[in-house]
Design a protein around this ligand. Sequence first.
Ligand SMILES: [Zn+2]
Length: 372
Amino acid sequence: MSDHCARDVFSADFLVDLSNVIRTRDSRGRVRGSLTRLERLLNALVSRENDPGVQVYLVADQSLFARGLLPEADRRQLTAWRREGLVEAVDDADERLLELAEATGLPVISADRFRGHRTEYGWLQGNTHQFQEPHVDADGGMTVRPVDMGVVAEWQISRHAEQDQLKKQGLLAGRRRTPRYDILDRMWSCPDNGCTLYDARHGTHVLLPRLRRGVPTCGLHGLELTDDGPRPLIVQLKLLLDGECVERFTCRGETEVPVGRAPSTGISLEPWLSSKEITLVSRHHFSLTLKNGGLWVRDHSTNGTKIAAENGSETRLVPGREYPVKPSDRIMCSPRIALARSGRRFPTELAMDYSRVTSAGGATPTSRIDSH
Ligand SMILES: [Zn+2]
């Protein structure tokens, strides 16, 4: 199971609300948790994403580690994962999940509707694309389904917010008006000597800062973090064969990365090419570049490169010209072989989405959800 747990949110495909997804009520109404539910969730994601290497970033409430909630073996397992940086444990997992979801654009797996957070995180209202929840089917198998977050009326938000505020015992104060996508663009470090939680150069795994009153803060020491300059862009790429993920690559920095049958540097596709494809895919088929806050592709091939969009439309690239690659796009160099980005979006892309939503006067109400 731990192979699927990312140490670093930058290499994850999903954020998982761990306390939420592993808890159920037994026949007598008592809350019980079990890591078996996480295992089944991971299996469901592997099969739905067609990706045996699917990566999740786990966020859990501290209270999950208390004795009695989980079987003792599971509790020990989870404690070991926390030591290895495979699960982030915080006082308030809801707040942390939403911070991370906002900063990365990653999909969240949770059955929670976060009704008390609609004012601080306006993008939750009417959101139909970023949340998914696990379902146990009649045959006992688990599947993951998209959630319509609905629109929560103002009076309900404040009621839920009050309850959440009590739950947090005044830990959080202040309301941010605009999302802080910019925290992802920078590197941070904690002034406490020896704290490497946020330090990309010294830490074994790097957390995204906590925001307290809109200020990046160390979750452990409570100190305001120091801005260490721009963070080098990183993108995770998946190599898809007939839609199935067979390999993952990390692209970083602003230099061009050649991709093809046998580029002198960069990403070689050779191990996956059929005998027919060896003649179709050029030695240096296309190049990828990370710049201006996004991913760009440039065709260099004999037989052409296409971008397939989420809506099914395909664009054939004009050789030598650069094209932006959106998070849901696939770069095709043969009908069978494609490169796709992981779920994370760049700050510039998130900011564009946000301005689109706010300039349209808020999200369209698609449904209302009842308070209970
Ligand atoms: Zn610290």
